[in-house]
Write a protein that binds this ligand. Sequence first.
Ligand SMILES: [Mn+2]
Length: 291
Amino acid sequence: MGLFKNMIAVEPRIVKFPYEEGTYWRKGAKQGPDAIIEQIGRMRGYSLRSKKKCAYKIEDLLVASTYIPVYSKIKALDVIESTIRSIIDLGAAPISLGGDHSITLPIIRALSAAYGKQRFGLIHFDAHSDTFDEVDGFEYHHGAFVRHVVNEGHVAAKDIIQLGIRGLVRGDGLEFSDSSGIRYHSVDDIAAKNFELKDFILSRDIPYYVSIDIDAIDPAYAPGTGTPVPGGFSSRDMMKMLSQLYDLNIIGLDIVEVAPIYDSANITSLLAASILYESLIGFNFKGLQKG
Ligand SMILES: [Mn+2]
């Protein structure tokens, strides 16, 4: 339990990253954060699942947005990293609303700088493994953050758990996962265990960062996303899995790839907002003492 030595219970802070320059197919994730916050504004604060009231007012948790450069993708990642570092330095746990999935690499870089390398695990919900090699000579795109998290040494491959991986994929990504030892589980594997995660999350001795790509959920429930893949989790499966993370120590969370322009009746942003709200009530957020 030495890993928890300097960690204390902290409040979360929510930051919006309306950034979509990491995508190479359909744009639209830029409008995700505002759509999620708009939906959460209509929600009631008591969770039937947790049997608890939300301890916070959303507006009190929102931190001011920083301008993210669009003409330099490397600078954009640096701005995201320093924004997260400032939230950690405030003594809070960062909750980031994307934006595309390229934002997660700088978030994890900031956490790794604060906590030390390989001190926490990653629980990653996604249709895609996000371990893919460069596209057009650019390697920090939205389908590559896990590859960099491993290659830069921030999280040990054995401490990464991927849930929901499926469909037709580029072979190079899974070669990377297999050779590095990342554990990835298909929707079918998890359905066979009735969405009980105890066989998938092996170590409870480390804190976790949680990254939720909304495309982990089936396009029938979450059509508002850039790269939908049929055969995903239902929203009920997602809520069931989420609630099994409540007894872990969580150092941060992101919800990414909500693209409202493809949405129908706001069901995707409503689902993302529900995930966010239930997490605010249920998660055990941990952080570092201020200063
Ligand atoms: Mn992703």
